[in-house]
Design a binder for this molecule. Sequence first.
Ligand code: CDP
Length: 796
Amino acid sequence: MTQALDEIKIGGLGASRKRVEDDRFIRGKGNYTDDITLPGMLHMEILRSPLAHARIKSIDASKAWDIPGVHLVLTGDMMATRNLAWMPTLSYDTQAVLATDKVRFQGQEVACVIADDPYIAKDACEAIDVDYEPLPVIVNPTQAVADGAPVIRDDKENQAGNVIYHWEVGDAAGTDRAFEQADVISRLQLHYPRSHPSPIECCGSIADFNRATSKLTVYMTTQAPHIIRAAVALVAELPEQMIRIISPDIGGGFGNKVPVYPGYVCSILASILLERPVKWIEDKTGNLISTGFARDVYLDGEMALRRDGKILGVRMGCDADHGAFFSDAQPSKFKLGLIHSAFAAYDIPVAHLMARGIYTNKAPGGVAYRCSFRVTEAMFFQERMVQAAADDLGMDQAEFRRMNFVKDEDFPHRTPLGFLTDSGQYAKCLDVGLKAVGYEDFRKRQEEARARGRLLGLGISTMTEPLGAGNSREYDILGIKMFDSAELKVHMTGKAIVRTGARGQGQGHETTWAQIVAHELGIPAEDIVVEEGDTDTAPFGMGTYASRSTPVAGAAVAMVSRKIRAKARKLAAHLLEVSEEDVEWELGRFYVRSAPDRGVTIQECAMAAYSNMPDGMEPGLENTAYYDPPNLTWPFAVYIVTVEVDPATGVWDVLTTVAVDDCGIRINPMIVEGQIMGGLTEAYAMANMQFITFDAEGNCIGSNYMDYLLPTAWETPGFELHSEVVTPCPHHPIGAKGIGECAAVGGPAAFVNAVIDALTGTGVRNIDMPLLPDRVWEAITYRRDVSGAPPVRSDD
Ligand code: CDP
């Protein structure tokens, strides 16, 4: 008789275990960068440019130096003498650390003051006199590529205009032929507006250079500590083994904490020069105007259609406004991230995509805000285009999607823009969603309501999202291949510690990685500690963003557990005095095949690894696994939203939101639901209220929470979640697919589609996000599309 453990009871796969990290978070005992105080610590503040484009004629910092308590004033010229005025970005561009020649966006870093406390440092920043000569400002791609536009990046040799790159994917000629054969051509133009990930905790660092040991320790808000270590080693020319990056608790990242920011570099240099710890903590306005913006892409596409609804081909054009520096991270082969994953859920014979990256006088943008490198823009455009095409054909929204989906039996499927999707049950997920929302019934109610002047709408968004970069063959950042790692040490009493190269920022890794070990080894999850974020202890990894943790680091946790199990099997054979081939495994225990009652637990094997190993066996029970995924994981999701729009005011209320997510095996169903709810909240915010823009002078409108609205529990609608469709990932060791961002990626289109659907009959095809009441009112009243593109220059 065997005695396998109950997996749910030990907190294994499928257990909705409470998040262990919440014990400290909800008690206010988290340890964030700003909580850390080191002996002798100084404080740094940054002087930012008030202008979006101006030549710097002079900087006079003498008054700042004279303020008591000021230890150092850093300017661009001083950085230049150390070859640090510019730094390389994660996308093969350069970025000013402190401005020398020009400022190129409002909020750009111009100088830093290091003082006894942050208040003195801030006052001293205000005492710095900068003489600016204003230059014409460019706030959108149309202005940037116009004849005679000023060249923003005149620091770069051979940079004639403001175009950063021109990138094409797909089959242009084949797509042209598909369009020649089309019965109907559907077209849609839209702007996915600039947004800010806006984590509650801003960015910051504490650099601590110890001259006696030559060791540099930096506590910082980074989602990718090992990449930062490499960057510091290369940029500051410090030996990598003497650099320790510690990423303590992070108060939300959402992609905002992936890039390398000037504040990090300046605090490090200041600590080296002053030989004291230097803390820099950004304020909210600094964060909102200068760090890691996302999106800001102009999308223009066409779909070639057969009268019966078959999609024959797609053309897509994208102009991405990157701001003044191309500094967001993406796999180096793909200039606009994974934008070419658009339409991956549909069986489309041919497609072509043309993308341009463009400099403007705005803060650097394009970070993967809760998305896998630009898939948010891709899926938004896809689902808005699909709705427009179905409308143009007079087809039912659900039927049009179902007809064009990749079918279950057609996997693996090569998309026309080059990805390999490998699994999914798209039609089944759609059926679950339609049933949950009461589709047929809603359509009837919608007709009846319309007859009475009430505007009800239903929006569908269906998408598969590429999550979990690498594989290393195709995915690298600055040449560093995208894989990940896990290290597992089982102590002699059978308790364990697992460390990964990922770095969670609230996703619950400390809970779920332990569940994977519990599933693989039968060690109860509560006996396993998870540690991430310290480069001196964690194995090398590319960090957490783009929902890559479960697909890559999570897989590494499973693989290292299997290595441990393989060694434990040898120990079990030794303890049971049988050959290894005669040993069977069940959760938490090895037993003799012919005598199942004779067995040893994994804990007994652990003790033997330190006290009773067979002759010749290396002692201990620990190992490391590096995991290079064979493919991305492809979760699928259906989001369906119903709304009522008030024609008199343009205000719209959400009636229902249904989410059907198939992310393969769920490690922790409760955490997965939390991820989906968080993503839907952000999707609703993008669609409804989150508005950050720039006026004609490049002033950032939305640099505080009075202007840039985040939904609270009060504004956020309820969500109905469905988990009944499970298609395990065929190549992930435990069948899991990523989930962290799906709802933020696929959700916005469902909300917008619902409002546009409510306006059926008005001729309105598009209102750009956010669908503020005035925009919706304008669309209804004047029966026209409403663009959210930023203004052209005031003198135009
Ligand atoms: O990379 P990131 O952690 O942001 O995203 P993720 O890998 O999609 O995981 C988000 C959270 O959901 C983690 O705690 C995962 O372990 C958990 N998760 C899960 O329980 N089951 C899945 N199939 C996917 C994620």
